[in-house]
Structures are given as structure tokens and as C-alpha cells.
Design a binder for this molecule. Sequence first.
Ligand code: MG
Length: 287
Amino acid sequence: MKVACFALDGVRGIGLVDEAAAAVRPFEPPFADMVALIERFDEVRDGPRTGAPIPLAQVKLLAPIPEPRRNIFCVGKNYRDHAREFAGSGFEAGAVKGQEIDAYPAVFTKPPSSVIGPGDTVDLHANVTQAVDYEAELTIVIGKAGRDIPAERAFEHIFGYTIINDVTARDRQKNHKQWFMGKALDTFCPMGPWITTADEIDAETLQVICRVNGELRQNANTRDLIFGIPSLIATISGGLTLVPGDLIATGTPAGVGIGFNPPKFLEAGDEVAITISGIGTLMNRFA
Ligand code: MG
């Protein structure tokens, strides 16, 4: 199933998305938020009770987890072609030719304050950066807590999947020699449009597509991840307890703005649309 967080007349709800009917059906009784649904999913898994459908056109879709309890985990350089384009762009601090592919995944975080929803506007922050870029990413939503999770049990801990645009200020990413400063700005984590539950898709064969103003920029498949989903969960949960509602953005494929020469940075008025098969499309405008 697909589950969304939405606002109707300023009141938040959690509901089941019916794409064919272009509607959302709020759960009854309601869940306080998405994390409550994730934690009590067994109550609705086999036969959710819902209220009358509300046309999607009448609601404002929010990020499925609008206020994560802690930072969003993100993985860098997790597709070979992207690792090469990043190293060759001049924007990777410390890049070494011939050593573009890492032996261990690069993991960084984005703070909860960076999260916005589908259709929301990303702030270009022209006072602190002149090099804003997009990154389309399949994102894991953790369902069951665990620490030191073995790779072969990783999928037992996944509730579902959503989309994140890991928006990045490339000049800050390079200048500060560490990724947080370029990744953590307010509005730099568009998320949505909803969560597809894990039983509905094979996350290891999803197509990840990104268009800027309708122009195809990224087009890859999650089967090409260097560090796959089980490996990422095993690595990140090593000595660190993952909890329901935690998010792990799995990395972006080739075709980001710095992959072009000269780079194609985002400008005011640009629209970035990310589509992942089995999930949907996350669209945001930049200003
Ligand atoms: Mg990224």
C-alpha cells in the first residue's frame, strides 16, 4: 500500500493513497503521525479501516515524515558512474584519480530542519551558495528497531520506501571538505510524495529518473547500487540503534548538475521532478 501524510484545512492526517481514484482515505481511527502508523502497522496490515476518500486535489501532501525525530542518514558515491563524475568534477575535496570507488560507504546526515514536502519550494540560499544541485535518491524508511542488524535480516527492518532529493550546495561541499555544510540547509531535503510499503515493491530493481524542467538528467536502476540495501542497513546499524521512522537515502546515480561541463546548477524557477518506479513522482520548484 501507499501511505501519505497530508493536510486538509490545516489539519494533518495519515491516509491510504488510491492512485487510480486520485484520492486519499484517512485511517480510522486516525494515527497521530506516520511514525505511529509504522509502529502499529500490524493493526492495519491486513485490512485497513478508512474513512471516505478525499480527492488528492483537495489536500496538501506533506513530507511523509515531516519532522523526523533525528537526522536523515544519507549515502554518498553509491553508483559507479556518479562516483566517477563527482571525482572528475573538481567539486570533491580530496578526490584521487583511480580511487573513485570507495571500499566503505560514505555516510553523512541532513537535519530534520531541512525537510520539505512535495510541491514545496527549495530556497536557493543565494547569500551562501552559487552552486545548488539536485540528487534523486531511493530512500529507505525503517520499520523495526535494531542494532547490529545482519545484512541477511535487513529487509525485516524496512517499513517502506520514499523519494528524497538530496539537494546540495556544491561550493560548500567542496570548501568545507565535509558534506554536512553543503547538504543541511533549510529546504534542502524535499521528501515524498508518500511511502510505498515494502511488501509492494522489489526495491533492488527500481528505476530512478530525474528531470529538470522536463529534461531527462538521471536514469538508472537501484540494482546498480555499489552498497546495496542490506549492506547499508548492516553498516549503519553497526553499534547504532535504528528506530522506526529513521530514513536512509541510498545515494544518487550519474547525471547531476556537476556531471556536465560546464556544470548545470539550478536557477530560480527551475522544476526538479524525481520519479521512482513503484513509488511515484516528487516535484519541487527552486527559488
Ligand atoms: Mg546524495
